[in-house]
Design a protein around this ligand. Sequence first.
Ligand code: ZN
Ligand code: ZN
Length: 141
Amino acid sequence: MSHTIAYADQFHAAARDAQTQLRAMANIDPTSVLHQVPLPAGSWLRDQIAGVIACLEADTADYCEHIAASPQVMFTAAWRPARFVCLDCVQTLRTPTAVEDFTCDQCHQRHDVIHTRVTAVGPVLFAYGRCTRCLDPLTGA
Ligand SMILES: [Zn+2]
Ligand SMILES: [Zn+2]
């Protein structure tokens, strides 16, 4: 049995767990919608996700103590770049200040309404908040 195949199995299992987690989070807010998000080249979200992947690949990520070498569901946020935590530590990703809660991750302006979104990238759940103007007008993502 190849090590690579075992790793791939674990990766897919973790990615499935991430999807399950995403659905569970969506159920907390009945108005929320799960959809596949198109990521056209040059879009802000695509760049963010590329950054998440690059950080994991370059091994510059900072993990909570519970994240092991084998693939598992991990959480990260636009306002805490390079920080990856397990479900138990997700509270530690909270924004440090209330001002930050109302700051758009894309335009970095303060707004009264910030839309928080979570997107799954394989086993990684990436959270971000954008103002109404910065949200994708087609998908609301
Ligand atoms: Zn942890
Ligand atoms: Zn914005």
